[in-house]
Write a protein that binds this ligand. Structure first.
Ligand SMILES: Cc1cc2nc3c(=O)[nH]c(=O)nc-3n(C[C@H](O)[C@H](O)[C@H](O)COP(=O)(O)OP(=O)(O)OC[C@H]3O[C@@H](n4cnc5c(N)ncnc54)[C@H](O)[C@@H]3O)c2cc1C
Length: 391
């Protein structure tokens, strides 16, 4: 088998890469190890409406719920509401990713990409230190696909980076260990995505409730890997749910990880680009990665076409991908990392003090940076270390 580009992984980042490259006229094969794209889901499924609409036309078939905004809740219960369009990349729609991921892969197929499900990439075919294809197991049979370019979109557990010699190592402090229930309960607020902060609730992270319509919600939490031990996220989630929604029924349980290391040094190697969680393009503070991965996927698809037509698939020839993803999302990811590293050191008393300081402010129309500006102004001593981020 031969093609121009093999994309490994049919998550949002891989499908957008494959679709864009196919639309640019390339022969694309999209590999997905799972039998059913999008299943099982390891995500709270929140995305901003505007951000999503910039990348794909929203379809009611894959939207579970729309929210009015977000509610931020401090350790002692003090809370604030923010408008939906100011709440960042994870608030607006709550998706049904089983349907969403499949729809994106189908879009890639409609654009001309071949989609191989139940096909696990096993390694890169290498000649003189350069990749010339991918070996894979398809329906129990070994296959080889020759291609000059590979896009690694294989998620947090990515192997493509390692195969290509790209350093994607995550330190424990840079991994969010997550557990989530699909919860059924009448007391779930279906109008707002809720974020709960506090070191007792989720050390180095936060808990969330993202409504899914009816009486359902994705209720989960993520904790910093360096402050976790085996089974800890699930144990903390059980405790959180028992105190907040004591009569809730659990319909599904998932556990998963979120990369939160900030921009990696390089997301390219000769003949290889990494996108999405594989390139650690998740927002370190929220753990959101759907829109970032899709954005990077579009850029990778465009650069694939340009580099192939220029006949230069070396790391230097793929530099446009590095430059453009860093400009589009890398700056924001780097700032988020700085914020995360600062906020994870705060005590619950500090967090309560910050929440209380906002009590006379109208934050409903502020975005996160606007709120940070106000917080720094009101708490100059505590937040001195963040002053440079708000100028
Ligand atoms: C609990 C939790 C909650 C989250 N909530 C949100 C949220 O609300 N909003 C948000 O924006 N983000 C959220 N995220 C992050 C989000 O899920 C990811 O950032 C996003 O899925 C990344 O997309 P991706 O395409 O890079 O990777 P993935 O969606 O992980 O897709 C990678 C694909 O590659 C396939 N694959 C892997 N290896 C191979 C191989 N060798 N061969 C073939 N296929 C392979 C996998 O099966 C998978 O389908 C959450 C994450 C977790 C863990």
């Amino acid at each position: 088998m031969r093609c121009d580009v093999v994309v490994i992984g049919a998550g949002p980042a891989g499908s957008l890469s494959a679709k864009t490259a196919a639309e640019k006229g390339l022969n694309v094969i999209l590999l997905e190890k799972r039998q059913e794209i999008g299943d099982p889901v390891r995500c709270a499924e929140g995305v901003s409406k505007v951000g999503l609409a910039e990348l794909v036309k929203p379809d009611p078939k894959w939207i579970s719920a729309e929210v009015k905004g977000s509610r931020l809740i401090g350790p002692d219960g003090t809370s604030f509401v923010m408008a939906e369009d100011r709440s960042g990349n994870e608030v607006g729609y709550v998706l049904e990713r089983k349907i969403f991921d499949r729809a994106l892969a189908l879009d890639a197929a409609l654009a001309g990409a071949e989609v191989f499900v139940k096909t696990r990439a096993l390694g890169l075919l290498m000649r003189d230190g350069k990749p010339y294809g991918v070996s894979a197991m398809r329906h129990g049979e070994m296959i080889s696909i020759e291609c000059p370019l590979i896009i690694g979109a294989d998620g947090i557990e990515s192997k493509v980076g390692r195969w290509a010699g790209i350093d994607t190592t995550l330190k424990p402090k840079d991994i969010g260990i997550c557990a989530q229930f699909l919860l059924q309960d009448r007391n779930i607020d279906q109008d707002y995505s809720e974020f709960f902060f506090g070191n007792t609730i989720a050390p180095g992270g936060y808990a969330w409730s993202f409504p899914k319509g009816g009486n359902l919600a994705n209720v989960g939490l993520g904790i910093q890997g360096s402050r976790s031990k085996p089974g800890e996220a699930l144990r903390l989630l059980e405790r959180f749910v028992a105190s907040k929604y004591p009569s809730a029924k659990v319909a599904e349980v998932i556990v998963g990880g979120d990369p939160g290391c900030g921009p990696i040094e390089s997301a390219t190697a000769n003949g290889v680009m990494l996108v999405g969680d594989a390139a650690r393009q998740t927002d370190p503070i929220t753990g959101g990665g759907i829109l970032n991965g899709m954005t990077a996927g579009v850029i990778a698809g465009e650069v694939a076409a340009e580099a192939l037509s220029a006949g230069d698939l070396s790391k230097d020839g793929l530099k446009a991908y590095e430059d453009r993803w860093r400009e589009a999302i890398g700056v924001h990811i780097a700032r988020s990392l700085e914020l995360k590293e600062f906020f994870v050191k705060l005590t619950d008393d500090d967090l309560n003090r910050l929440m209380h300081s906002l009590k006379d402010q109208d934050i409903s129309k502020m975005d996160l940076m606007g709120m940070l500006r106000v917080l720094v102004k009101l708490n100059p001593k505590l937040l001195w270390g963040l002053k440079h981020l708000i100028v």
